[in-house]
Design a protein around this ligand. Structure first.
Ligand code: OGA
Ligand code: MN
Length: 207
């Protein structure tokens, strides 16, 4: 059973995240969610393995070309499973906490599981572009038990011009990365093993 009382970000954590977003614009947190919730999500992803589908890029282009840009398979999250529901609750509490502190006007959150097979990658890109209006804040939560640090698969964040590397984060279990979607081009490096995560976006109402 999930420990519901722990499944919310503390005020202190919300302060820390808001400060980072107002400052550098990104933050990397090692274990902000309860370990039992992370395990619940890993178990739920296991049951979804058959329904994962190759991710698209912008409008549905041809599959071969997409694979040269991003090689992950995805499944959009839907509340129902108790771990998924808890996760979406946690993210909604985060949304409200950030709105209170930074007045960003985030109004919803969309998220999907992503599985990268060995060798798959996602080329340098921005999350807020024509095909995805309203994406304001990007989140990535990693679901890899016992990740081997020699296996690659890092997320690399770049400065706004896409030239200077700012952070390189291994997809270690329970790690959460949050960044302003418009400000940081980023890429996923190929890994030697399967790489699992939940990628999500808080959105504002497009004008
Ligand atoms: C994405 C993305 C980063 C990661 O799905 O848009 O950039 O580390 N994911 O999986
Ligand atoms: Mn991205």
């Amino acid at each position: 059973m999930m420990d519901i009382t722990n499944a919310f970000p503390s005020e202190r954590l919300l302060d820390q995240i808001a400060d980072a977003l107002a400052g550098p614009g990104f933050i990397l947190l090692d274990q902000p969610l309860p370990a039992s919730l992370i395990q619940g999500l890993i178990d739920n992803l296991q049951t979804q393995a058959a329904s994962l589908a190759p991710a698209g890029v912008g409008r549905q282009g041809d599959y071969q070309r997409n694979q040269e840009i991003r090689g992950d398979a995805i499944q959009w999250l839907e509340a129902g499973d108790s771990a998924v529901t808890e996760f979406l609750c946690w993210m909604d509490k985060l949304r409200l906490g950030i709105n209170q502190r930074l007045f960003l006007g985030l109004f919803d959150y969309e998220s999907h599981y992503a599985v990268y097979a060995p060798g798959a990658f996602y080329q340098k890109h921005r999350d807020a572009f024509r095909g995805n209006p309203g994406r304001k804040l990007s989140t990535v939560l990693y679901l890899n038990s016992d990740w081997d640090l020699m296996a690659g698969g890092e997320l690399v964040l770049y400065d706004g011009a896409g030239e200077i590397e700012l952070v390189r984060a291994a997809p270690e279990c329970g790690r959460l990365v949050i960044f302003l979607s418009e400000d940081f081009p980023h890429e996923v490096l190929p890994a030697k093993q399967f790489r699992q995560s939940i990628a999500g976006w808080f959105r504002i109402k497009p004008l």
